[in-house]
Design a protein around this ligand. Structure first.
Ligand SMILES: Nc1ncnc2c1ncn2[C@@H]1O[C@H](COP(=O)(O)OP(=O)(O)OP(=O)(O)O)[C@@H](O)[C@H]1O
Ligand SMILES: [Mg+2]
Length: 311
């Protein structure tokens, strides 16, 4: 089984639990079982599209990618997508699934099998005279969905899907993604140093790798040690821990208040809405840069971080 997993996903790094589950589904599929309807759930840039493309290749069926925000009605989904693929082998990838409208979600709910059903027939008709049964034959077709906002989806639909959630990437995995995009191995010290700029995220690591490659080409560098890595991230305008400008601004405001600052005062200064403010604070908290005990205070690590930026 271990060998099969590495063969199945040789292009993707990490996510061992997810790979194990998907490898089980793939192997069972090759022995005649139906591949379940899967919902890939993660923060942006964790690899949902990458995994889905790998899987479609492995299942050996054409991949049809559908961005949910472009499907406005059930009619559109049925007549422009599902009818065309009736009776044919296909993998559908419905991306940004939280953007599906409620009627489309309800329709999909009726098309997704429960238990060991291999086929579902839905009677469909619309005002334009398109009617007749639609068969969802899961020995031919597979449905994948992906979302960054599972909580916004229709709960009965989510309950029927096999939800697979991505883990954060660790330091070694981020370093491997950087190296893959850089095109040559990093020295150990750079492997320690660079992942701190990727906030546990595969896309950040991939982008950093590509940017670093450009930097190395322009500066004729064939080995990235810690010094070159430091200069490069400085030139690329990257902040340690992968802080974005809102997070940095919030941290600086909190640090400017040695006795702490209330959430109301902080919001007045950052101009962020409640959700954005919560995301910013939770990231700063996870990296131990602030404390939240009613009031918001900078930690010693947070202060050291700000001081290091002034150097
Ligand atoms: N496990 C992985 N191993 C190697 N590279 C990866 C991995 N996951 C993602 N990447 C790289 O990170 C980038 C972003 O991945 P991808 O587009 O699949 O993420 P996503 O979850 O679909 O993002 P979004 O939420 O924005 O749709 C791609 O360039 C991809 O090559
Ligand atoms: Mg994607």
């Amino acid at each position: 089984m271990g060998d099969t997993i590495s063969m199945l996903f040789e292009n993707v790094i990490g996510q061992s639990d997810l790979k194990k589950t998907l490898a089980l589904y793939v192997n069972a599929f090759h022995k005649g079982e139906v591949f379940p309807c899967v919902l890939l759930n993660s923060a942006p840039g964790a690899g949902k599209t990458t995994f889905c493309r790998e899987l479609a290749r492995e299942l050996g069926k054409p991949l049809v990618e559908i961005n949910a925000s472009r499907i406005k009605t059930v009619k559109q989904l049925v007549n422009q997508v599902f009818r065309e693929w009736q009776g044919k082998e296909v993998t559908f990838f419905i991306d940004e699934a939280h953007a599906l409208s409620k009627p489309v979600e309800t329709f999909l709910l009726s098309a997704i099998p429960t238990g060991s059903q291999t086929s579902v027939t839905v009677n469909y008709s619309d005002a334009d005279g398109n009617d007749g049964p639609l068969t969802f034959d899961y020995s031919l077709m597979t449905i994948f969905m992906a979302t960054t906002e599972k909580h916004e989806m229709f709960k009965p639909l989510v309950d029927r899907l096999y939800v697979l959630t991505f883990e954060e990437y660790n330091k070694e995995q981020l370093a491997s993604i950087i190296e893959r995009n850089l095109g040559f191995p990093l020295l150990d010290c750079a492997k320690e140093f660079l992942p701190k700029y990727c906030r546990g995220n595969a896309r950040s690591a991939a982008k950093l790798g590509v940017d670093l490659r450009r930097y190395c080409i322009v500066n004729d560098i064939s080995e990235v040690d810690e010094l070159y890595a430091e200069i490069a991230v400085d030139e690329l305008g990257l902040f340690l821990y992968g802080l974005n400008s809102e997070e940095l601004k919030t941290l600086k405001i909190i640090a400017d208040h040695p006795n702490g600052i209330t959430i109301t005062q902080l919001k007045a200064k950052t101009n962020l809405n409640m959700n954005a403010q919560r995301d910013v604070e939770s990231f700063l908290l996870r990296n131990s840069l602030i404390n939240v005990k009613g009031i918001r205070e900078v930690t010693n690590a947070g202060r050291r971080y700000i001081d290091s930026l002034k150097k």
